[in-house]
Write a protein that binds this ligand. Structure first.
Ligand code: ADP
Ligand code: MG
Length: 259
């Protein structure tokens, strides 16, 4: 397997608050993700994990606090002491530095696996199709799908579709990969093949933030585990610290349910 190119990807989340209407769902989240590291976010349903991920690449606009990627504010620019929202075009450029893998794959159904991977680098980044295609074939082979380049999503299993989605995210050469419960929609027997691909990427130094309930994966792949509950980071540390020696009752209660 060829190494994923080393790109910085330091994510800093500072004092982030986010409300939907009058309902505040993030109550001041702080998080630092070092380049090349893997952060696993655990927490009960409704605790704000997806909102946090979506805030990181500015799919949600935060109400207070900020997110920075390699020291650059995400979604905003500072003029004097005021924050100004970025123009759509600048925002899109910034957003391509994040790869996002969703629970529900979201492949284009009318395109083949190869075409799904090729689409964004060609249309959004304006890169030459021929060059991108060669890279896309390499990426498909990295996720174990060299022989499925010409298959349409409906001809692929859920696990295969999710691996295409991972190859598609990698094709944009993101600095950071965000995964939102990437195996939650899969039949149990297909979870392992997807986790293996993600763990493989982790070993090659891709910066990743992974929301998952897969504790075994977290233990094996995470540099840092963050436990969220009710819109707050309750506890964070190494897998050994958080999984084997949790300091908070809420962490213990959650782990007792999922372990
Ligand atoms: P998790 O991913 O941990 O399950 P979410 O971030 O999806 O949690 O949701 C956190 C809370 O925010 C939940 O109460 C959810 O109902 C609410 N929420 C999430 N997205 C929206 C939205 N677009 N509009 C209104 N409420 C939302
Ligand atoms: Mg979620």
């Amino acid at each position: 397997m060829t190494a994923v190119q080393a790109r910085p990807g330091r994510v800093e989340v500072h004092g982030v608050h986010k409300s939907f209407g009058t309902h505040e769902v993030l109550h001041g989240v702080d998080l630092v993700v070092e380049p090349g590291s893997v952060t696993v976010v655990l927490g009960p349903s409704g605790s704000g994990k997806s909102t946090l991920l979506r805030s990181i690449n500015h799919l949600e606009t935060v109400d207070r606090g900020f997110v920075a990627l390699d020291g650059e504010l995400v979604g905003y620019r500072r003029k004097g002491d005021k924050l100004h929202e970025l123009k759509e075009k600048e925002l899109l450029r910034q957003r391509t530095r994040f790869g996002f893998v969703f629970q529900s794959f979201n492949l284009f159904p009318h395109l083949t696996a190869l075409e799904n991977v090729v689409e964004a680098p060609v249309s959004a980044q304006g890169r030459p199709r021929r060059e991108v295609e060669a890279e896309a074939r390499e990426l498909l082979s990295r996720v174990g799908l060299a022989d499925k380049a010409d298959a349409h999503p409906r001809q692929l299993s859920g696990g295969q579709q999710q691996r295409v989605a991972i190859a598609r995210a990698l094709a944009m050469k993101p600095a950071v990969l965000l995964f939102d419960e990437p195996t939650s929609a899969l039949d149990p027997e297909l979870v392992g093949e997807v986790l293996a691909v993600i763990a493989d990427l982790a070993r090659t130094g891709t910066t990743m933030i992974v929301v998952t309930h897969e504790i075994g994966f977290a233990r094996q792949a995470a540099d840092q585990i963050v436990f969220m509950d009710d819109g707050r980071v309750v506890e964070q540390g190494t897998p050994a610290q958080v999984l084997d020696d949790p300091q908070h009752e809420r962490t213990r209660a959650f782990l007792a349910k999922v372990l």
